[in-house]
Design a protein around this ligand. Structure first.
Ligand SMILES: [Zn+2]
Ligand SMILES: [Zn+2]
Length: 359
């Protein structure tokens, strides 16, 4: 089968047609991927911002159909349509039992650290334990969330990472209150999803911050009420919040400077939410006094603080009612052979989402 493989840092992806995945063994399912979004985290593995074992089949935002189930799997059957969850909750660990299944590392670590594919005889890892830039993959059933069969796969694939991360950041992590003021730093696929989540939550003002004018204009189509380049934000904050600062500031870039900008844009007593995936050695500075005196909250956000078993369906229902625009987020539909151009477009910030379509 075909798959896109990253062999080393800053290398182009290699698309091959002799890749295989063994199984399913007991307690596993095989999924044929129909669509997979190109998420910025795939590029963060390519450029080394986030370390990963290599060679690796990239892709972690996918949807498809179950084509085989192993022994002992009762919750899924051949023909089921599923969204891939890159955090498959085990249901038994400390975090799962506390209702924080997005923090479950039981299966994810094991899947990340064991080869999931082979190219000829060479073992290949899978991105975050998945690898949705392959035609088929083998995963535990907890990583395949069943969805209604009438949902288009390209729409479903986005829910697998970017939409859940962004909408979940607004609805689950921050719990944005109706009538509040929101600023979002970074208007890629996740930032647009945060904006949509804030709109769904009833935020009064949503300010989209980006370096690119075209992305700010795009953000307004999804619910941003104002836009600003970073240098203009102080003026927009003066207009929107009387200079007091925002109730919620979402950082969706993953750099120390933007995290600090989001913190500074947050009002005293407000909340900064770090959604962007930053580098393991990138440090952010706060003074001890300001942490105390300004009583701001700073919240990390992994996978939108989501419970994938319930939230994937919640987002599908919001989409069905026209409250979550997923069609509008797909800028390009591409073949796997065009994956390197799609990565380039994503890292240049030219697109919201490219979706790889498999036949
Ligand atoms: Zn668990
Ligand atoms: Zn992602």
């Amino acid at each position: 089968m075909r798959a896109a493989i990253l062999r080393g840092l800053n290398e182009k992806l290699e698309v091959r047609d002799d890749v295989s995945a063994e199984g399913p063994g007991a307690g596993e399912v095989r999924v044929r991927i129909a669509a997979s979004g190109v998420c910025h985290s795939d590029i963060s593995v390519q450029d080394g911002r986030v370390p990963h074992l290599m060679p690796v089949v990239l892709g972690h935002e996918g949807a498809g159909e179950v084509v085989a189930v192993g022994d002992g799997v009762s919750e899924l059957a051949v023909g089921d349509h599923v969204i891939i969850s890159w955090v498959p909750p085990c249901g038994k660990c400390f975090w799962c039992m506390r209702g924080e299944p997005n923090l479950c590392m039981t299966h994810m670590m094991e899947l990340m650290n064991s080869p999931r594919f082979k190219a000829a005889e060479e073992p290949l890892f899978g991105m975050a334990g998945t690898g949705t830039f392959a035609e088929e993959l083998v995963i535990p059933p907890g990583a395949a969330i069943k969805i209604p069969s009438d949902i288009p796969f390209d729409i479903a694939s986005l829910i697998g990472c970017g939409v859940t991360t962004g909408v979940g950041a607004a609805l689950n992590t921050a719990r944005v209150r109706p009538g509040s003021s929101v600023v979002v730093f970074g208007c890629g696929g996740v930032g647009i999803s945060v904006i949509q989540g804030a709109r769904i939550a009833g935020a009064a003002e949503i300010v989209a911050v980006d370096l690119r004018d075209d992305k700010i204009e795009m953000a307004k189509k999804f619910g941003a009420t104002h836009g600003a380049k970073p240098d203009d934000l102080a003026a927009v904050s003066a207009e929107v919040t009387d200079g007091i600062g925002f109730d919620y500031a979402f950082e969706v870039v993953g750099y120390p400077t933007t995290i600090r900008q989001a913190w500074d844009a947050t009002r005293r007593g407000g909340t900064t939410i770090v959604v962007g995936m930053g580098g393991v050695d990138a440090m952010v500075q706060f003074s001890a006094f300001e942490l105390f005196f300004n009583e701001k909250k700073i919240l990390g956000c992994l996978y939108g603080s989501a419970n994938v078993r319930t939230d994937f369906h919640r987002f599908i229902r919001l989409w069905r009612q026209g409250k979550l625009d997923l069609e509008g987020m797909i800028t390009r539909r591409i073949d796997l052979s065009d994956i390197n151009e799609a990565f380039e477009a994503c890292s240049q910030g030219e697109v919201i989402r490219s979706v790889v379509q498999f036949n």
